[in-house]
Design a protein around this ligand. Structure first.
Ligand code: ADE
Length: 239
């Protein structure tokens, strides 16, 4: 999979995407990530990419043309048009389910806005959908683009050691994750739950599933309400 990020702050994105699991996956050639500086595509001799908004009002608006030229340059490298996402607090809120869908796509183009916004005409022309990472407003689309890239890239083949890694975790199944413990066996007088030391796989799996169900019902009743329990899970909850 390939993700292109169009931004005024490519170094900020590169720094994050060169670290840890995603950085390793990039270097191993498992995912292709490119950060493009929108400023490199302006034809203004002073390098301007924004201007005052028509109709007045505070703040600057990012101009259509540098963004469009950046998009066209990326498209010229590709066999077909990428799926274009504009990161914006007005978009549909990102979910794990949407990330699973994006991970199946060959190519995403993420547009990061700044200042007071982006000229509407370029959005109309190139954007397939607007995505928000939550109901709060950030100073720009870079952090949301990085959040989306991380959540999508980690689901690409080979990026995590095993698909079990994400299939078992919070949100994938619609439930939150079970609690985890590591050495030492007793810490601050708190022992590790006995069942985890038993080596009894079925009991461990049942205990974990029961914890997931109870946690989800307590911490995220909204998710729990949407979840339909299997017969076996109903029995676990009655214990
Ligand atoms: N840009 C500014 N705030 C944002 C948000 N919450 N989600 C996506 N893009 C944004």
């Amino acid at each position: 999979m390939r993700i292109d990020i169009a931004t005024l702050f490519p170094e900020m994105c590169e720094t994050v995407l060169n670290e840890s699991i995603i950085g390793r996956a990039r270097r191993a050639g498992l995912i292709e990530l490119h950060c493009h500086n929108i400023r490199s595509y302006t034809t203004d001799k002073h390098g301007r990419v924004d201007d005052y908004g028509y109709g007045g009002g505070k703040g600057m608006v990012m101009q259509a043309d540098p963004i469009f030229r950046c998009y066209e340059a990326v498209c010229a490298e590709l066999p077909k048009k990428p799926h274009v996402i504009y990161l914006s607090p007005q978009g549909r809120v990102l979910t794990q389910q949407r990330c699973v869908e994006y991970a199946k796509m060959e190519h995403l183009f993420l547009l990061c806005g700044h200042y007071e916004g982006v000229d509407e005409r370029v959005l109309e022309e190139i954007v397939d959908e607007e995505v928000s990472i939550g109901d709060y407003v950030l100073t720009g689309g870079e952090l949301p683009a990085l959040v989306l890239t991380d959540a999508v890239a980690r689901m690409c083949d080979g990026v995590l050691a095993d698909s079990i890694c994400y299939e078992e975790e919070s949100h994938f199944s619609g439930l939150l994750e079970y609690p985890q413990y590591t050495r030492p066996e007793i810490w601050h007088d708190k022992p590790v739950p006995e069942v985890l030391l038993s080596g009894h796989h079925k009991n461990i799996a049942d205990w974990r599933r029961a914890k997931q169900l109870v946690r989800t019902s307590e911490k995220r009743p909204d998710l729990y309400e949407k979840y339909s329990l299997t017969k076996e899970e109903q029995k676990l909850m009655q214990k």
